[in-house]
Write a protein that binds this ligand. Structure first.
Ligand SMILES: *Cc1c(COP(=O)(O)O)cnc(C)c1O
Length: 236
């Protein structure tokens, strides 16, 4: 595990250097979904502090089992069903996939009761694949109606008192040529830049993008958070 983690960190560093960036501005989120506690403990021993889960009950169970590790940070990275939001409001450190206003409003209320604020990413569907979650953003450059809808949704979510919007998140197509994957990541970065021009008060520059197969491309295109599972923990 130690060597695997080191290799991923070296690949992140090389990608950052190619883009003239510092690797220190990029957080490696080790996606431990479906993997046992022992694997998470081994990755922790290898220096990993950020872990990603995508099932609410599994997250709650693992967070409880590992609560003796005070600096462990749990990222909820998947689609969050309405009735399963309570554990996330209680104890997740980050949420990467705010994909509708309703879940954002519900979380904000639950966070108020829990007396805390949750850092989140808003998920954007840039690739246009129907299987992908997130706000429709496949035609954001041309489609003025889509622009208006994105603007309205982002403004409403940013206005919620107990969510702190850090930035945007997306997923690239799984099996696609590198240039197509790169274009999805680049277009998310450009969408973020556009949102900052039309909403001057917005301060949400982070970009959660890149998984095992494409995290180096994502870093070259500006990712601040990469979500890497199988390259660290093996296949699922
Ligand atoms: C599972 C998952 C990942 C990690 O995928 P790998 O290909 O195993 O690195 C990243 N992001 C999300 C949203 C996921 O569901």
């Amino acid at each position: 595990m130690m060597q695997t983690v080191r290799t991923i960190q070296q690949r992140m560093q090389a990608a950052a250097e190619r883009a003239g960036r510092s690797v220190d501005e990029i957080t490696l989120v080790a996606v431990s979904k479906t993997k046992p506690i022992t694997d998470i403990a081994a990755a922790y021993a290898a220096g990993i502090r950020h872990f990603g889960e995508n099932r609410s009950a599994e997250f709650a169970e693992k967070a409880r089992s590992l609560s003796h590790l005070p600096d462990i940070q749990w990222h909820f990275i998947g689609h969050l069903q309405t009735r399963q939001s309570q554990p996330i409001a209680q104890s997740a450190a980050y949420l990467h996939a705010v994909d509708r206003e309703k879940i954002a409003q519900r979380l904000s209320r639950q966070l108020q009761d829990a007396g805390r604020t949750l850092p989140v990413f808003i998920e954007m569907n840039v690739s246009g694949e129907e299987s992908k979650g997130g706000f429709s953003a496949a035609d954001w450059e041309q489609d003025t109606q889509q622009q208006a809808e994105l603007l309205r949704a982002v403004s409403n979510i940013v206005a919620l008192p107990h969510l702190q919007v850090l930035g945007l998140m997306t997923m690239a197509p799984f099996r696609a040529p590198d240039d197509e994957i790169r274009s999805v990541f680049r277009r998310l970065r450009q969408l973020s830049a556009w949102l900052h021009t039309v909403l001057p008060a917005l301060d949400a520059p982070a970009l959660s993008m890149g998984m095992s197969g494409d995290f180096e491309i994502a870093i070259e295109e500006g990712a601040t958070h990469v979500r890497v599972g199988s390259a660290i923990f093996g296949g699922r």
